[in-house]
Design a protein around this ligand. Structure first.
Ligand SMILES: Nc1nc2c(ncn2[C@@H]2O[C@H](COP(=O)(O)OP(=O)(O)OP(=O)(O)O)[C@@H](O)[C@H]2O)c(=O)[nH]1
Ligand SMILES: [Mg+2]
Length: 199
């Protein structure tokens, strides 16, 4: 599949399934804690500075944002979970927005779960990953903010993430940085490979 990664546009924001794009294009979802770097990662993959809104305050992305990449795939930027300072009712409504999308969207073909390379995954991350594992969709892990640690720390951090999430050996964990663009080519390679496999 030949994707022009520079030909990307914002398609629509949605909170309810009726607002999702009417399309059969395969979708790649970005999930992870609030502030982990989902929107930044999307911008980096698309060579854009500000297509996906990046927050100085956690909890910036509160709806599902769909980005159309070259009319071949959609990137789906999901609201972050696990931000302590939002109210319980807001938390559950965001949870519902995420769950509804993940449970019902047949166009969803690949899930990218983002974690912060510096930190041991949280209980929320573990719950999220258990769900991803159970749904049997292709997925891999992006370990964000790799510019914030030294090279010598990388392997140890990856091991901690793998063991905390209890990952199978075949599930890749890719160090990534939106500052240095480390990991960009590998992530794109895996996206294209997965989308081709599923058709
Ligand atoms: N140093 C560094 N900072 C990053 C990186 N990625 C994201 N950030 C910063 O982390 C903060 C959060 O990034 P976002 O991309 O908005 O995170 P998000 O996961 O979309 O957050 P929500 O929309 O709140 O769920 C911003 O201040 C970014 O500039 C990275 O690779 N390196
Ligand atoms: Mg965001």
């Amino acid at each position: 599949m030949n994707i022009n990664t520079n030909n990307a546009k914002f398609e629509v924001s949605a909170v309810k399934p009726e607002q999702y794009p009417i399309s059969n294009l395969p979708e790649v979802a970005f999930v992870g804690r609030s502030n982990v770097g989902k929107s930044s990662t999307i911008n980096t993959l698309l060579n854009r500075k500000n297509l996906a809104r990046v927050g100085r305050t956690p909890g910036k992305t509160r709806e599902i944002n769909f980005y159309n990449i070259d009319n071949k795939i959609f990137f789906v930027d999901l609201p972050g979970y696990g931000y302590a300072k939002v109210s319980k009712s807001k938390k559950s409504s965001w949870g519902e927005i995420i769950d509804t999308y993940l449970y019902t969207r047949y166009q969803l073909k690949l899930i990218l779960m983002l974690v912060d390379i510096r930190h041991t995954p949280t209980d929320d991350d573990k719950i999220m990953y258990e769900w991803i594992r159970s749904c049997n969709l292709p997925h891999f892990i992006i370990a964000c903010k790799a510019d914030k640690i030294s090279r010598s720390q990388v392997n140890g951090r990856l091991q901690d993430i793998k063991s905390t999430l209890n990952l199978d050996d075949k599930i890749a964990v890719i160090p990534f940085s939106s500052e240095t663009r480390q990991g960009r080519d590998e992530v794109w390679g895996r996206i294209v490979k997965n989308i081709e496999i599923v058709g």
